[in-house]
Design a protein around this ligand. Sequence first.
Ligand code: HEM
Length: 194
Amino acid sequence: MTVDPNAATQGFASPPPGHRRPHPARYLVPALVAGAVAVALGVYGKVHDPAGTAFNLAGFSSSGAVKSWLATVAVFFALVQLVSALMLYGRLPGPAWSSVLHRWSGRAAFLVSVPVAVHCLYALGYQTYETRVFWHSLLGCFFFGAFSAKMLLLRSERLPGWLLPIVGGLVLTALTIIWLTSALWFFRTFGVTT
Ligand code: HEM
């Protein structure tokens, strides 16, 4: 008689208690890294003297216009992230390459947002002179912390299924509010110009 090596585990509705629960470090390390990244950016933005540097790109009227358009492109890719994530979770019909779409739209959103945030941090700093600017600065720092946590969590196995959607949702929500409090404000104040 042959013995099925998996027989011992078959028939269990769930594995023995404690067996599948991830070690707390799997949450703790990403959470600590997220906090450290966000706080480090905020402290840098607060303590250094904002350089006020403006740059100009051919075809654009100001650095604010360049940044607002780049931020809009980042939000576009972030929406592709949302749609492709819903496909991956079976909530929307999607092609076999949904995961490739998710990975590349995420990389694109991140790459586009980095130069914008570098200018914000370096040239403008962490500012709180208006409610809008306060939330923009705070969530700008939070975004990079939460993004780092998401990247670290992706490499962990056996996480509860709800964790990545929650962290991904936080990153997306933060970017949306960052856009509303900067690019949308810019377009409404100066017009939709390039
Ligand atoms: C994903 C990250 C970020 C994006 C996409 C983003 C985008 C933008 C855009 C489009 C503007 C308007 C253009 C301009 O005034 O130059 C802006 C302004 C600004 N940003 Fe950011 N930003 C990000 C992160 C940050 C961070 C981390 C800080 C500081 C800690 C920051 C601080 C500011 C400040 C102080 C302004 C000027 C606000 C005003 O007076 O209207 N931003 N940002």
